[in-house]
Design a binder for this molecule. Structure first.
Ligand code: BGC
Length: 431
């Protein structure tokens, strides 16, 4: 599978063109309570999530993943060190995922040790005065959920809501913000990129192979199911939010969305409008206290599909155009469509060249500050990612981390970009 894989398409297209003019003085001011943090997903960093559906998908004889996730960054054992490092760099927020399959490895079988583990992660955040942003579903589900059809099975929708309520009862008082589903709209963004069509036969064969391996003819990994599970995911999000409130959750609950801030190719914006509607409408109509914005890049949209980056354009390790300005366009796009508070819950760049990451961060934060200066209700900037980690089908090659991870020893090595963004976080903005 190509490096410019289906996951890597998430992101926006405001492009550097949207970054015009200096940030206003007001933009540099520290905002009380503004979240400055980094993000990771359980499956990408913890290692050995053997009860997850993706572990099954990784171990069928169809090579859709470049590398096996294996031990990942061993965050399962090293979370405390990582949270301490992030705090020492200057961040006040830590976004991490709770892997449902560690808590409910078989339907109805609850692991007290699994719950205790994530409580310890939250306690570590508390000790370091780090606000905890928790993702309840970041592309993975327990294998028994995939085995019965993912979120097309109403029993799994109920099970997710019950799981989320269980988290609240067990550790809710330590959570600052919760994202039910990470980028549930990603399949739409990928369809516009043209990659869903290209990879459909492989993905379908892989889902079938997993079903055979698991003796589960209805097997469907939600992450790889395209747009087919959308209705079930909206239902699961809605029921989970209700169940969490009923269980006493007092923190905001919302969705994070993949949001390209594209521009129209050739001045005809019909394709662009259609794409934006398909990508946003259903999710903005779902209940929630905020919207999480996740943006990586941007480009032009033609009548029916995205237009690839022009020849000679700087591209990242994911094959995306290098567009630090994309996040500003994405924030403005969403602000024009909802009055809900906004958070940047992911933004980053895959590059071996850390000086380009610094340039990307500088451009992105300048855009964030312009949005704040214009009065947009944006409450945080969370960078993807703290660590170089397992980038789904693209494996370990793309480097999104502010901190490198030495293979085998798992030693953490902060890059200059970690100090750069950490200083911004400490100051509460650019100089
Ligand atoms: C996902 C992350 C992923 C990142 C970079 C987002 O789509 O939420 O899991 O690693 O993009 O591709």
């Amino acid at each position: 599978m190509e490096r410019r894989d289906f996951l890597g398409i998430a992101g926006g297209a405001a492009s550097a063109l949207l970054v015009a003019g200096p940030a206003t003085a007001a933009a540099g001011k520290k905002r009380a309570g503004f979240l400055w943090g980094t993000a990771g997903a359980a499956y990408q960093v913890e290692g050995a999530n053997v009860a997850s559906d993706l572990w099954v998908m990784e171990h069928i004889p169809i090579p859709i993943f470049t590398d096996k996730s294996g031990d990942a960054c061993d965050v399962y054992h090293r979370f405390d060190e990582d949270i301490a490092l992030a705090a020492s760099l200057g961040f006040n927020t830590h976004r991490f995922g709770i892997e449902w399959s560690r808590i409910e490895p078989e339907r109805g079988q609850i692991s007290e040790a699994g719950l205790a583990y994530y409580r310890r992660v939250l306690e570590s955040c508390e000790r370091r005065k780090m606000k905890a942003v928790v993702t309840l579903s970041h592309f993975t589900v327990p294998r028994w959920v995939a085995a019965s059809g993912g979120f097309t099975d109403p029993a799994n929708v109920e099970a997710f809501a019950a799981h989320c309520a269980r988290i609240v009862k067990s550790m809710g008082e330590k959570i600052h913000l919760a994202i039910t589903f990470n980028e549930p709209n990603l399949a739409t963004v990928v369809r516009w990129s043209g990659l869903s069509e290209k990879y459909r036969p492989y993905i379908e064969a892989a889902q079938k192979a997993a079903g055979i391996a698991q003796n589960a003819p209805n097997w469907s990994s939600p992450m790889l199911a395209g747009e087919r599970q959308y209705d079930g995911i909206v239902a699961a999000h809605t029921k989970a939010a209700e169940a969490m409130r009923a269980a006493g959750a007092s923190f905001p609950i919302g969705l994070s969305l993949a949001i390209p801030a594209d521009t129209a190719a050739g001045g005809d914006d019909r394709g662009l409008k259609r794409k934006q509607g398909e990508m946003l409408d259903r999710w903005l109509a779902a209940p929630g206290d905020f919207i999480g914005i996740q943006t990586y890049t941007g480009g032009e949209v033609g009548p029916d599909a995205d237009v690839p980056p022009p020849p000679g354009a700087e591209v990242t390790q994911m094959g995306y155009a290098f567009t630090p300005g994309a996040i500003e366009g994405a924030i403005r796009l969403v602000a024009s469509r909802t009055g809900r508070p906004l958070y940047v819950t992911e933004n980053g760049v895959a590059t071996e060249d850390d000086t380009r990451r610094i340039a990307y961060i500088e451009g992105a934060v300048a855009g964030v500050e312009r949005c704040l200066a214009d009065g947009i209700d944006l409450r945080g900037y969370i960078h993807w990612s703290l660590l170089d980690n397992w980038e789904w089908v693209a494996g370990y090659r793309p480097r999104f981390g502010l901190v490198a991870v030495e293979p085998k020893t798992f030693r953490r090595i902060p890059k200059p970009s970690a100090r750069f963004l950490g200083k911004i976080a400490k100051r509460g903005g650019l100089a």
